[in-house]
Design a protein around this ligand. Structure first.
Ligand code: ADP
Ligand code: ZN
Length: 818
């Protein structure tokens, strides 16, 4: 076994590892981080396998191990392989998600002149070579990167090689600086006995060394060592004065490793567990039995791994089930990972976990400082926490002895990474990880992803339902929802953004000194073209998806079939002339609100006002402390927050997002409305919800208003079946970006043809290629975007035979096609 298959940190066109020889004295196993030569450079790599047969005859040696211990657990290596293959990323890109924060480093190439200066070689130099050499002579050792800046990227490298061959320069390598280190804090302690210290104090005072005497006195009073920062805060003592005491052996200084604690700024009050309700009891019994079976090594009754879909209306006590499962896992000697959609938006959830299990909870997410991430990661790996809570990336936490994975709000789109490869979905990774580690998975939601619910219907997941809301320990009804028809409001002369009903309810709520939430989901360029007279939205004739206006030319485009149409002068439905590109945002709502209700104290919560690191918590805390009467926000406010004083929720325009040309726009609208409606009436005061819409009869709205997931599911699943959309197929979205629009079209057509040919060759009759066509957002940061969508029972066999040319990215099971 003297060869290693290594996932290298370089951009690759194909999914592959490289073979390296293991030097005889190097202990190496699967999961080790290594430095390996790659072309002229050294790069980082992860050992995925150790074999006795390399892929090629001529192998280079592994240069060095990065850490004496393997960095990845064997099951993580397996997970990394699976992810790269599922999501078409490189192995290293997949592994990178599991590496310690700050791990990725590069090697710096340095160039240095030699002292060889024979007449002959000097006279043979070209002017460019001479120029570079004199630069080197002036500077000494120069990073190659800087030479590239001076002489041009390709050129500098060639010139350096020429100088090296002539013996005039040498190259060497250095590692890039380590980005994070453990934080060490200096502590001072007495180095002698109390008696000896008192004697020393007397001596120092005679010599008028007041500061030094003061330090000794301080240490004599303290039970243990005191940090140097604390000492400086209390005494006006110089570092050299401390140093004198240390040299005399009167004090000792030691460095202690400190944890940068992301929860340090918050205090948690301990919370005891409530007695479960009947419904909770039943759901819990199923989970508990399965956890017990796994723990004694019996085969699970469900599939492997056992996955529970906990479908419970907002406030039905799902979190209580998670907490029980965690507690059970701990008593079985197992650890857990809990995923939440966005940690900054879920401070209450974290508080509940931390309150139930003080000091046993770690928090991990990308908004932490690198230092905080590093410390949490190290401690997690050492097994310091029973529970790791985090956003999607926390699924890769090196939690040893994993037994339970919880995913709260499993329908949330933030669980999908879509900007960079691997474009994974944390739910699928969680299920794979659970099967590798013999863990139980609990997926929870009030509005499950349609696909998850479908999997539960087919028996792949075990469905658990909590149908009643608990408030103050008692079952309470869900809030009443009224849908207001905005077309009628207009017809009857109300042009304000508040319907009469909403405006009346706002007055009442304010008069009663209760709180209200106003919701408007305006994110990105969600433009659609709608007639304000009849509510008609312009759609493609062939596809029944809305047509999109791009802000260029007069064209409306269908993103399904590429059909184009001109903007009509009159509404094709009612012949009215009030065709509008609708567009109000939360800021506009705030202005209108201030005008209509000058006495109300307003607070706005959207991405524009949440700059700081803890600003989400601050806004929420201020609202909970009743420092404001009305909270105006985007979908951020729809997350699982518990706001007992809120008795009114108003949805300004429920149609936003409904007509986006995406097969999931109905599902998304339903989910958001149901979640927002769930914010009302969580306290003793009860509550109501008013939803304003131009299309009040839309099934997604009606189902959300009735809190009726089942009826939404029935209609939506039927629609998907007819269209052949997921879950009845899988999608892959291939995206190409380029500054030149014509180049985009050319590239897209070329790849389309290659895919079409391979599809025919493999005889994949149920695979459909859609496109190529421009994306919904045609241009991002100055670059045009084109896409090809593959709809198929499984897009991977086709894609694995047609490697994507440079510039293309693949998104398997994309959450949206926009
Ligand atoms: P969900 O996670 O489904 O939104 P929660 O677990 O947050 O619901 O429960 C809603 C509220 O009811 C919370 O304030 C919670 O503390 C409380 N609660 C949950 N279960 C019980 C119970 N068995 N007895 C009393 N209160 C409960
Ligand atoms: Zn169309």
């Amino acid at each position: 076994m003297s060869y290693a298959e290594v996932a290298v940190n370089v951009p690759l066109a194909h999914l592959r590892t490289f073979s390296y020889h293991i030097p005889p004295d190097m202990p190496l196993s699967v999961g080790h981080g290594v430095w390996v030569p790659f072309g002229p450079r050294l790069v980082q790599g992860i050992v995925l396998a150790v074999t006795d047969r390399p892929q090629v005859e001529d192998t280079k040696d592994i240069a060095q191990t990065i850490d004496p211990h393997p960095i990845l657990h064997p099951h993580q290596v397996e997970l990394c392989r699976w992810m790269a293959e599922q999501y078409l990323s490189s192995y290293f890109e997949a592994a990178a998600l599991m590496l310690p924060p700050g791990f990725e480093r590069r090697v710096l190439a340095l160039v240095q002149p030699t002292s060889n200066r024979s007449e002959l070689t000097m006279s043979s130099l070209t002017p460019a070579q001479r120029k570079l050499l004199s630069l080197l002579e002036a500077r000494g050792k120069v990073p190659l990167r800087e030479l590239k800046k001076a002489a041009g990227a390709g050129r500098a490298e060639a010139l350096v090689e020429q100088l090296v061959r002539k013996g005039l320069a040498v190259k060497s390598y250095e590692l890039e600086r380590v980005k994070v280190r453990p934080r060490l804090v200096k502590y001072v302690a007495l180095g002698v006995s109390q008696e000896q210290a008192s004697e020393a104090v007397a001596g120092l005072e005679r010599k008028r060394a007041v500061q030094q005497a003061g330090l000794l006195r301080l240490l004599m009073q303290q039970p243990g060592p005191v940090s140097l920062t604390e000492v400086r805060k209390r005494l006006n003592i110089t570092p050299s004065a401390v140093e004198v005491l240390r040299r005399r052996g009167l004090v000792s200084i030691e460095e202690v490793r400190m944890r940068r604690d992301p929860l340090a700024h918050r205090a948690f009050s301990p919370m005891p567990a409530p007695t479960p309700t009947r419904a909770q009891e039943e759901a819990w019994a199923a989970v508990s039995a399965e956890m017990g079976r796994l723990a004694c090594g019996e085969p699970p009754h469900l599939g492997t791994p056992p996955v529970f879909l906990l479908h419970g209306v907002t406030g039905s006590g799902k979190t209580e089930i998670y907490l029980r499962a965690l507690s059970r896992a701990m008593s079985l000697g197992k650890r857990a990972i809990v995923l939440v959609p966005e940690i900054a938006l879920t401070p209450q959830t974290i508080a509940r976990f931390a309150g139930r299990f003080p000091d046993r909870v770690a928090v991990l997410h990308s908004k932490l400082s690198l230092g905080e991430q590093f410390d949490e990661w190290q401690q997690i790996r050492d097994g310091a926490f029973d529970v790791v809570i985090g956003s999607r990336g926390a699924i890769f936490a090196p939690q040893p002895n994993l037994g339970l994975i919880v995913m709260d709000e499993e329908h949330e789109w933030t669980y999908k990474q879509h900007e960079q490869p691997p474009r994974y979905h944390a739910r699928e990774v969680a299920i794979k990880l659970a099967s590798l580690t013999n863990s139980v998975v609990i997926l929870g939601s009030a509005t499950p992803d349609l696909t998850s619910y479908h999997r539960a219907q087919r028996g792949e997941f075990r469905l658990l339902e909590l149908t009643e809301r608990i408030s103050s320990g008692k079952v309470t009804p869900l809030p009443k929802v009224e849908i207001v028809d905005l077309r009628r409001e207009l017809k009857e002369g109300n042009r304000s953004i508040f319907s009469r009903s909403l405006s009346g309810s706002l007055s009442e709520t304010l008069a009663a000194r209760e709180q209200a939430i106003l919701f408007l989901n305006r994110r990105g360029t969600a433009t659609f073209v709608q007639c304000r007279g009849c509510g008609f939205v312009l759609r493609c004739r062939r596809c029944d998806v809305s047509l999109t206006y791009h802000g260029v030319e007069d064209d409306l485009v269908c993103h399904r079939c590429n059909h184009r149409a001109k903007i009509p002068g009159v509404c094709p439905n009612c012949l009215g002339k009030r065709i509008k590109f609708l567009g109000i945002g939360t800021q506009k709502v705030e202005e209108e609100m201030a005008r209509a209700f000058p006495q109300a104290r307003l607070l706005r919560w959207d991405r524009d006002v949440t700059g700081g690191r803890h600003s989400h918590e601050q806004i929420l805390d201020r609202f909970l402390a009743h420092e404001a009467d009305v909270l105006i926000g985007t979908q951020m406010i729809a997350k699982g927050l518990d706001m007992p004083l809120v008795t009114l929720v108003g949805v300004i325009n429920a149609d936003i997002g409904l007509y986006l040309p995406d097969y999931r726009s109905g599902e998304r609208t339903f989910q958001i409305l149901a979640q927002v409606a769930g914010r009302a009436g969580r306290g003793k005061l009860g509550g109501r919800v008013i939803v304003q819409s131009y299309s009040p009869e839309h099934y997604a709205l009606v189902a959300a208003a009735n809190h009726d997931y089942a009826s939404f599911y029935r209609q939506e699943i039927e629609f998907r079946r007819q269209q052949g959309d997921p879950p009845f197929s899988r999608l892959a979205r291939l995206l190409y970006t380029h500054a030149n629009a014509a180049q985009c079209r050319k590239e897209a057509e070329k790849l389309y043809k290659a895919l079409e040919e391979e599809k025919d060759y493999q005889g994949l009759r149920s695979t459909v290629l859609v496109g190529p066509c421009p994306c919904f957002t045609q241009r991002v940061r100055g670059k045009f975007r084109w896409q090809i969508v593959i709809r198929s029972p499984d897009p991977l066999p086709l894609l694995s035979r047609v490697p994507l040319p440079p510039g293309w990215s693949a998104d398997i099971d994309p959450v949206s096609l926009l």
